[in-house]
Design a protein around this ligand. Structure first.
Ligand code: RFL
Ligand code: PHB
Length: 390
């Protein structure tokens, strides 16, 4: 098989890039390790920056999001019994976020790929990039007993944190920066009315909690748990009881509970790999960087990579201009590190760190007290939460 752009990974990053390129007449093949059903069963992000939403519209995939997604003008931060609203709209000159699930937008991207006859090969095993520093790179993969080959001009590694693309960059070229947090998030999806119309991030001495949502009838809640916990350790009753304890009383009193539809634990990690380009391989999204979910920046950071890469590839194919390809890594990383900083800051401010000295806990409280006494502090949070410019 021959194509222009060989994309490893059929998650949101890979699908979005392939869809954007196709609309400009640039051909790609997406190789995805899992089945479509498996990819769509993952419950992940829920909050999209305006820039990401615009990119979906540009890809011709914004209709369902614009009908069913919710535009949020604010988020709340709870601290003990206090609840503070951050007026995102007012503090950022009218910017907002879109609440629309990653599962939904991935489905929209798959449907758009189908409608255009895009090639997405599922259950592609043992995907391997080759000859990345030559002008003729290629990918191989296995389906059943057959090994197939995809020749391409460029390889895009959009295969997530555990993918093969990053691993195919020699160790002496790649620098990895990592920070692992000593806790995870236990997430529950339930067919219940959300406790509040806007998200609530809660700091509590028992641990962090987050009230999020997917629609008026579908709620998504998270609580901070030790890394040693397993989802099976938490009955629905135990989860609801613990969530209630971590919310201000007047919020907890309104909480509607019900059976969980999904329950999973995600460890929290910060990670960046530099550079994001090696020869004709370009990394994008979780393949190159991970943030703890506290700032809602993971998928949105993948979106900024795709935006830069899309324009760089357009310039190459339409104008013979390779400057965007050369500057991709540097440009993408500049924005990535700012999302890393914000996610680390939100995580540090809102979680309980086991064994942290009393001094650090007092500083954490002071961080929140300062935030809610300073318009400059709140504006900084709001500007980052809605998304820094591309
Ligand atoms: P993905 O989604 O991991 O997709 C990569 C795809 O590559 C496939 N793959 C391979 N294919 C071929 N060969 C191989 N060897 C392969 N290895 C892997 C995988 O099967 C998969 O289909 O990466 P992508 O596309 O870069 O997208 C990134 C986002 O998924 C991620 O950043 C977000 O989900 C993070 N995230 C959030 N981001 C936000 O912007 N806002 C949020 O509100 C938000 N909430 C979250 C989150 C992530 C969470 N978890 C579970 C990690 C909440 C949670 C709980
Ligand atoms: C979610 O709805 O899953 C969600 C929302 C905001 C976050 C993280 C996750 O910061």
């Amino acid at each position: 098989m021959k194509t222009q752009v060989g994309i490893v990974g059929g998650g949101p990053s890979g699908l979005l890039l392939s869809q954007l390129l196709h609309r400009r007449g640039i051909d790609s093949v997406v190789l995805e390790k899992h089945t479509r059903a498996h990819v769509l069963a993952r419950i992940r992000a829920g909050v999209l920056e305006q820039g990401f939403a615009d990119l979906l519209r540009l890809a011709g995939c914004g209709d369902r999001m614009d009908h069913q997604g919710e535009v949020h003008e604010g988020v709340n931060i709870a601290h003990g019994e206090d609840l503070h609203r951050v007026d995102l709209h007012g503090l950022t000159g009218g910017r907002t976020v879109m609440v629309y699930g990653q599962t939904e937008l991935t489905r929209d991207l798959y449907e758009a790929r189908d409608a255009m006859g895009g090639v997405v090969i599922h259950e592609a095993e043992d995907v391997q990039p080759h000859d990345l520093t030559s002008d003729t790179p290629y990918l191989t993969y296995r389906q059943g007993d057959e090994v197939r080959r995809v020749a391409c001009d460029f390889v895009v590694g959009a295969d997530g944190f555990h993918g093969v693309s990053r691993k195919s960059i020699p160790a002496d070229v790649l620098t990895e920066y990592e920070k692992v947090y000593p806790f995870g998030w236990l997430g529950v999806l339930s067919r219940t009315e959300p406790v509040a119309p806007e998200l609530i991030y809660a700091r509590h001495q028992r641990g962090f909690a987050l009230c999020s949502l997917r629609s008026r009838v579908l709620s998504r809640y998270y609580i901070q748990v030790p890394l040693t916990d397993r989802p099976g350790d938490w009955s629905d009753e135990a989860f609801w009881a613990e969530l209630k304890r971590r919310l201000p009383g007047h919020v907890a009193a309104r909480l509607q509970t019900g059976p969980s539809i999904e329950k999973s634990i995600a460890p929290l990690r910060s990670f960046v790999a530099e550079p994001m380009r090696y020869g004709r391989l370009f990394l994008a999204g979780d393949a190159a960087h991970i943030v703890p979910p506290t700032g809602a920046k993971g998928l949105n950071s993948a979106g900024s990579d795709i935006q830069y890469l899309y324009h760089a590839l357009l310039d190459h194919y339409e104008r013979g201009d390779d400057s965007g390809l050369y500057s991709y890594s540097q440009k993408a990383l500049a924005r990535i590190w700012k999302a890393q900083r914000f996610s680390w800051w939100m995580t540090s401010m809102l979680h309980v760190f086991p064994d942290s000295p009393a001094y650090d806990r007092r500083l954490q409280e002071t961080e929140l007290n300062y935030l809610f006494s300073s318009e400059a502090g709140l504006r900084s949070l709001a500007e980052n939460y809605v998304g820094l410019p591309y």
